[in-house]
Design a protein around this ligand. Structure first.
Ligand code: SF4
Length: 488
């Protein structure tokens, strides 16, 4: 399909035949060994030493930006390239305000549903329809085996929430220890996980704030940490021993996705004391991670009404020093279970427009059950729409080319090109063919919506013909745009 195929040209490639980064990383490891084993392999570390890595060059090519701009943004912390040194078949991508708005798709099983084949099918759907990263949120079965299969098959960065695996190794949440968490983090880092959600910003003193809420704590990681802190009457060990996590991250180049454990779970709870208290701590932790040259993005809500969305971005930028903002939705209303890919894509488009760098998708199954591959597709398409709407509204150079090309195809009745240029060509074609399936209708100057006598675009062309104008100019512009889009 059209879109950003990456310089290798085929984002449907799955299976690890090509390990794009082998040579790049081996060279860096040899250099690190010579320099007395300095094992800070993070992209931020290289960027701050004024080195433009192959990953930065690759990203610059994909984004049509100068490599030096990518380097300076990574050095500044305003852009991250999640690229664990063990994820060798990764096609590097960037998340930040200077680059295109990205989307993430969550996959992974639960204790009751799904298996490896099903998860790989979800991965394939997610990448095929355009997910820029995936998160493996598996909480059941053999979590490391599922993750290994996903990393090996994934050309896009893979994120995880390590507390899920840590919890699966203890009997009760209160049995969790920092040592176990670090062990899990280290194992996942060695396996090639590119970014990890760490709920280090949920503080013991924040927990009472949620009592006023309707839905309490809705983040799994946030609720587990709150439970642990209340049980032991102690502070969050992820906050207290954050430096030790940074040391593991810089060795393998894992990026932080600093978790919003206290994100609101309904619009009534949006933008409250609990949410903002945690956001301030995430800003403090961002600076700590940057002292280690570890890359950081900040997770954001959740459920926010439209009139409070801009404030979310403004505060994150101010308190978290412009680290990339990675938001879940947000859902702008709460009354549409079964359609929350729509309620959240509205908020996602808005927050992307105001400056969020990556949008975590929500599927129609949100709040109701584990998504299946079809739900994954619906969620990804909804979020491609949101991210693209944000890029268009942000006036990114060339962002509108594909829209304009499709509009010319539509006006000139080139139905096949209209399908090809759409985000989901199969669906567009199937809907058209439902009533007019014959090939003859692929050049017809109408569709079944208005019929031949009332097609306004055809009537416009007839009116123009009456005044002696033909469609040559539009056809020429269409050809030029098409070439631009196909080479993008
Ligand atoms: S018939 Fe109506 S909907 Fe169909 S192409 Fe013409 S104007 Fe568009």
């Amino acid at each position: 399909m059209l879109g950003d195929p990456g310089p290798q040209g085929d984002r449907d490639f799955l299976g690890g035949v090509m390990a794009l980064r082998d040579g790049w990383i081996e060279k860096r490891e040899a250099e690190a060994a010579k320099a007395n084993g300095n094992r800070n392999m993070s992209q931020m570390n290289f960027a701050r030493q004024s080195v433009i890595t192959e990953e930065m060059q690759y990203v610059a090519k994909r984004e049509k930006l100068e490599p030096e701009l990518i380097r300076s943004e990574v050095a500044r912390g305003r852009c991250i390239i999640p690229a664990n040194i063990h994820h060798r078949n990764l096609e590097p991508m960037a998340i930040g305000i200077a680059t295109k708005c990205k989307i993430n798709a969550n996959i992974g099983n639960s204790a009751t549903t799904s298996n490896i084949d099903e998860e790989l099918k979800k991965l394939h759907h997610a990448v095929h329809y355009g997910a820029d990263t995936v998160m493996d949120l598996s909480t059941g079965g053999d979590i490391p085996v599922i993750r290994k299969a996903i990393i090996e098959a994934s050309p896009v960065p893979v994120g995880t929430v390590p507390v899920y695996e840590a919890i699966s190794r203890v009997r009760r949440p209160e049995d969790l220890t920092f040592e176990l968490m670090l062990e899990v983090i280290e194992e996942q880092a060695e396996q090639g996980v590119d970014y990890m959600t760490i709920h280090a910003g949920v503080m013991r003193e924040h927990v009472p704030f949620v009592r006023k809420r309707i839905t309490g704590i809705v983040s799994r990681g946030g609720s587990l940490m709150a439970h642990w802190m209340e049980h032991h009457k102690k502070q969050n060990f992820l906050y207290e021993r954050f430096d030790e996590i940074c040391k593991v991250f810089k060795k393998h180049d894992v990026s932080f996705s600093l978790g919003d454990g206290l994100r609101p779970g309904c619009i009534a709870d949006a933008s409250d004391e609990a949410q903002f208290a945690e956001l301030k701590v995430l800003g403090e932790l961002t600076k700590k991670a940057w002292e280690h040259d570890v890359q950081v993005m900040i997770e954001g809500p959740g459920h926010i009404p439209m009139d409070r969305i801009k404030e979310q971005v403004d505060l994150e930028m101010e308190w978290c020093h412009e680290a990339p903002f990675y938001t879940l939705g947000p859902l702008v209303i709460d009354i549409a279970p079964g359609y929350d890919h729509i309620t959240s894509a509205i908020g996602a488009a808005m927050i992307g427009w105001h400056g969020a760098s990556m949008l975590c998708y929500v599927t129609p199954k949100e709040h109701l059950g584990l998504p299946n591959p079809e739900d994954v597709k619906q969620g990804v398409i909804a979020y491609k729409i949101a991210a693209h709407a944000a890029d268009v509204a942000r006036h990114r150079p060339g962002a509108r080319d594909r829209d304009d090309a499709l509009s010319y195809a539509r006006f000139l009745f080139d139905w096949n090109k209209q399908f090809e240029l759409s985000l989901d060509p199969d669906t567009a074609r199937a809907m058209h063919d439902e009533n007019l399936p014959d090939d003859f209708y692929k050049e017809a100057k109408f569709c079944s919506m208005c019929g031949p006598k009332f097609c306004s675009m055809n009537i416009t062309q007839l009116a123009e013909a009456e005044s002696g104008q033909d469609q040559a100019e539009r056809k020429q512009k269409f050809v030029e745009l098409l070439a631009k889009v196909q080479n993008a």
